[in-house]
Design a protein around this ligand. Structure first.
Ligand code: IMP
Ligand code: MG
Length: 181
């Protein structure tokens, strides 16, 4: 696995620092609220489990699997939910936990869909952000971002290429020859 990594982009230590910083902000911002952390599977599994352990407020957790589809003739995409929340979010301040904010399309469609269920509030937190790749039509800002990364394909700490590399403890850039073959 390690042979396929060109460069470590976010080390284990840096991930720990990011998690500590974001958890401290959440602990401050969500005082007196009814926090629900939603892990967007599968990529956010490591980030979610590390982050929730550093949150000192009472909170509920839930999981979702969703994918977006864009027909080439349309700019408005569709989102398909493969695994929905178990919890009714009406009484919750929802915080979606993502691995990476890329074009931004999936997360935007998901937030709009969940807003229809009238949560008290809904915000997003992403470990990584690739601002250079953002769809210019998407203006939604994340409340919490771990680190901005360049426009490279990254894997590890939950992020995959074809379901591999999720179990690397750091985030690294995948060598081009791995996915060009
Ligand atoms: P988008 O923001 O709708 O374009 O899609 C974001 C999703 O694409 C993320 O949740 C990831 O699952 C996946 N993704 C985007 N960039 C990368 C990457 O560099 N490595 C692994 N997965 C990625
Ligand atoms: Mg993925």
């Amino acid at each position: 696995m390690l042979n396929d990594i060109r460069e470590v982009l976010v080390s284990e230590q840096e991930i720990e620092d990011i998690v500590d910083r974001i958890a401290a902000e959440i602990n401050e911002d969500y005082k007196g609220k009814n926090l629900l952390l939603v892990c967007i599977l599968k990529g956010s599994v490591c980030f979610m489990s590390d982050l929730m352990k550093k949150i000192t407020l009472p909170c509920a957790i839930d999981f979702m699997v969703a994918k977006s589809y864009y027909a080439c003739t349309e700019s408005k995409g569709e989102i398909k939910i493969y695994k929905d929340l178990d919890i009714d979010i009406q009484d919750y301040d929802v915080l979606l936990i993502e691995d990476i904010y890329d074009s931004g399309r999936t997360l935007n469609l998901l937030v709009n869909k969940l807003k229809e269920r009238n949560p008290r509030s809904i915000e997003c937190c992403s470990l990584l952000d690739k601002p250079d790749r953002r769809d210019p039509n998407i203006t939604m800002q994340l409340k919490y971002v771990g680190k901005n990364v360049p426009d490279e394909f990254v894997v590890g700490y939950g992020l995959d290429y074809d379901e591999a590399y999720r179990n690397l403890p750091f985030v690294g850039v995948l060598k081009r020859e791995v996915y060009d073959k």
